[in-house]
Design a protein around this ligand. Structure first.
Ligand code: NAP
Length: 285
């Protein structure tokens, strides 16, 4: 029987701890506060914004919205970020990206104070992840995958993990987090030879390639644990993962679903970083 790695119980579990930490901060007269900077009106950003606001309300986290026109200049955007870097009432800064083409994310992301960089887009935070420095803020999706595996008691120490996809947002930082857990990681990409052989030899396969239903049953065996990070349009207006969930379900040990899987945990992790920043547990070294 295949176990479904449902993200929602993981969210409930994480929220319990977060609520306790928020209550402790309230005793100190502090309310964790997130600033959301949205440039333009991309539907993806609006949808993520709605999800963040809903979760803020559930948890009791303050939110401040800074919607900017798609035509905003780089100087004005940086000025806004710098203003909130200095504002003690704001603990975490979330900047939606991709940005319009006239804005240079590589420059802008470095202006977010690493202490407030809750989405871990400042290279200073990524650097800490690669150093194995637990005080840094790790990117939310990789951390969501780790939380999911831990919640379902999937052993990581000594496990062989095939990480399929090597982007800077998911595959590379997640490989580092898995290494920190003492897993043995094989990092795969579009030029990897014999991918099916590698995935078949792995205990855990994490997939983040952005290709709908690309991995079929021949990539797995009945002992494989699959975490599917992919979010794709299946061409019929439905969301699908990078793994062919319907074909694979029933033939592997465990698999996360395309909806209600890793994605739902990501927002919770983002808000846990706001709490972490408010607690002052993220010193720059
Ligand atoms: P990305 O930047 O496009 O990177 C894709 C990676 O997959 C690259 O390393 C690429 O290899 C590799 N790849 C592409 N085709 C492959 C193949 N046939 N075999 C093996 N590797 C292959 O994508 P991303 O930003 O990491 O996102 C990946 C997926 O995760 C997307 O569906 C995205 O929507 C989803 N996502 C979900 C969340 C969430 O919270 N659930 C968050 C972020 C992303 P090369 O480097 O060789 O090109």
């Amino acid at each position: 029987m295949t176990m479904k790695l449902d993200g929602r119980p993981v969210v409930q579990y994480l929220r319990e701890d977060m609520k306790k930490r928020i209550a402790k901060l309230a005793e100190r007269g502090q309310v964790p506060t997130i600033l959301i900077i949205r440039v333009g009106d991309r539907e993806d950003d609006l949808s993520y914004e709605r999800s963040i606001l809903k979760n803020c309300e559930i948890l009791g986290i303050n939110s401040v919205l800074a919607p900017l026109p798609a035509t905003v200049s780089q100087e004005d955007l940086i000025e806004l970020i710098e203003k909130f870097n200095e504002d003690d009432m704001v603990h975490g800064i979330m900047l939606f990206n991709p940005l319009p083409p006239h804005l240079d994310l590589n420059v802008i992301r470095k202006t977010i104070n690493p202490i407030k960089d809750i989405d871990s887009i400042n290279p200073a935070n990524l650097e800490r992840v690669f150093e194995g420095n637990v005080k840094g803020i790790a990117p939310c999706t990789p951390k969501a995958v780790i939380e999911m595996l831990k919640y379902y008691n999937i052993p990581l120490v000594g496990a062989n993990v095939a990480m399929v996809g090597s982007s800077l947002v998911v595959g590379k930082p997640l490989s580092m987090l898995l290494l920190d857990e003492k897993a043995t990681v094989t990092l795969c990409h579009s030029k990897t030879k014999n991918l099916a052989k590698i995935t078949n030899q792995a205990d855990i396969v994490v997939v983040a390639i952005g290709r709908g239903k690309f991995l079929k049953e021949e990539y797995f065996n009945d002992n494989t644990v699959i975490v599917d990070v992919g979010i794709n349009d299946d061409g019929n207006g439905k969301i699908c993962g990078d793994v062919d969930y319907d074909q694979v379900f029933g033939k592997v040990k465990a698999i996360s679903p395309p909806l209600g899987g890793v994605g739902v945990i990501t927002t919770t992790i983002l808000l846990s970083h706001v709490i972490q920043a408010c607690e002052g547990l993220n010193p720059i070294e």
